[in-house]
Design a protein around this ligand. Structure first.
Ligand code: DGJ
Length: 354
């Protein structure tokens, strides 16, 4: 009986995704966020932008993320919006075939992020490049003149080589190639300097690395605690989501349990290179120990509302990755510099006017 219920549920679930994927007829205008529900784009297809991030350029938001409909051949999709509720699919801006020829056939893309470089006028895409077994663990970089791409591949690297207590055996080949590059994010500071923040040392430690003027590689020469730093050493934090408020740096991250959700951590630092002080789990209420069954991907500052932010997370569905859902929840800083993220079945941007 249990098996029967399971089969019926899976069929119903696949059917609803198929309907959402195929509709293509233009959905009704949205004016609310409904965390965990299927989110359709303006053509009526389910949004595919997992593990993603958002930038704002000339009053238009661009949301980049993993399109998981092609399974192991993830591509980078781009959506645009003026109001954060209604998203127009702008196309696939980077795909496996755009990678260097030596890795094109067997490499997939996770957690792509794009930032704009005001000095060069280029859009710069960084991504976690991976292969079966999860030992490839490299950074991929690509650039474009336009937010909608196409992005041209620049390089794939392990950005930092550092002598730590290498595991033995080390299938990630870190002594030879440098520390692993997995879950990642980018952050552009008020002075225009950009940083890559990523899970390294086989996910045990986060690396924070200042980028060169072009945002395409680490600033050289590398100098520990000056141009890059190790943070949360040995703490196995991943899914880093950095943001800034009143001259302090903040980071929401997840634990390291594959696709399974776990408790988030909220940390603060006076300097982006640390020391970072953990303030514990920012979530409250039912399911808060599982971050409402999600994993952080990004924190979005709400324009014109300096104390207001949106937590963006992925509710991964490992059996059906394209049907992973988006968990967006609002939060504000309290007078003591604390935050609390609570579950809401639905909400809109008026939340921040209260
Ligand atoms: C957790 C990461 O955050 C995801 O991006 C993905 O790499 C999964 N692990 C794979 O298990």
């Amino acid at each position: 009986m249990k098996r029967m219920i399971y089969i019926v549920t899976v069929i119903a679930c696949c059917y609803s995704i198929a309907v959402a994927q195929d509709e293509g007829s233009g959905g009704a205008e949205l004016d609310k966020f409904k965390p965990g529900e299927v989110w359709l784009d303006t053509s009526g297809r389910a949004i595919q932008a997992h593990g993603g991030g958002i930038i704002l350029r000339d009053d238009v938001y661009y949301w980049y993320g993993e399109d998981r409909t092609s399974r192991q051949k993830t591509t980078v999709s781009c959506y645009s919006s003026k109001d954060l509720y209604n998203w127009k699919f702008e196309g696939t801006v980077f795909k496996q075939e755009d990678l260097a020829s030596d890795i094109r056939t067997n490499t997939f893309i996770e957690r792509p992020k794009v930032i704009y470089n005001a000095k060069t006028g280029k859009y710069v895409l960084w991504m976690h490049l991976e292969q079966g077994g999860y030992h490839f663990a490299r950074a991929g970089v690509a650039i474009s003149d336009k937010p909608m791409g196409p992005f041209e591949f620049v390089s794939h690297t392990r950005p930092v080589k550092y002598e730590f207590d290498f595991p033995n055996p080390d299938p990630d080949r870190q002594k030879e190639l440098g520390g692993t590059f997995r879950d990642m994010n980018l952050f552009v500071d008020d002075d225009g300097k950009a940083y890559a923040i990523y899970a390294s040392e086989h996910n045990a430690t986060l690396y924070i690395v200042r980028l060169n003027e072009e945002y395409t590689a680490p600033e050289q020469p590398l100098a520990e605690n000056k141009t890059w730093a190790r943070a949360f050493v040995g703490k196995y934090r991943e899914a880093p989501a950095p943001f800034k408020y009143k001259d302090k740096y903040y980071l929401i991250s997840s634990g390291c349990t594959g696709w399974t959700p776990n408790a988030a951590d909220f940390a603060v630092a006076e300097n982006i290179f640390g020391p970072w002080q953990s303030k514990g789990n920012p979530c409250a209420g039912d399911d808060s120990e599982q971050t409402f069954r999600s994993q952080s991907t990004c924190v979005l500052s709400v324009p014109g509302k300096p104390d207001s932010f949106i937590y963006m997370g992925d509710r991964w569905n490992p059996r059906q990755l394209p049907d992973s859902r988006y968990i967006w929840l609002p939060f504000k800083f309290d007078d003591n510099g604390g935050i609390e993220i609570k579950w809401l079945d639905e909400w809109d941007l008026n939340y921040f006017s209260k």
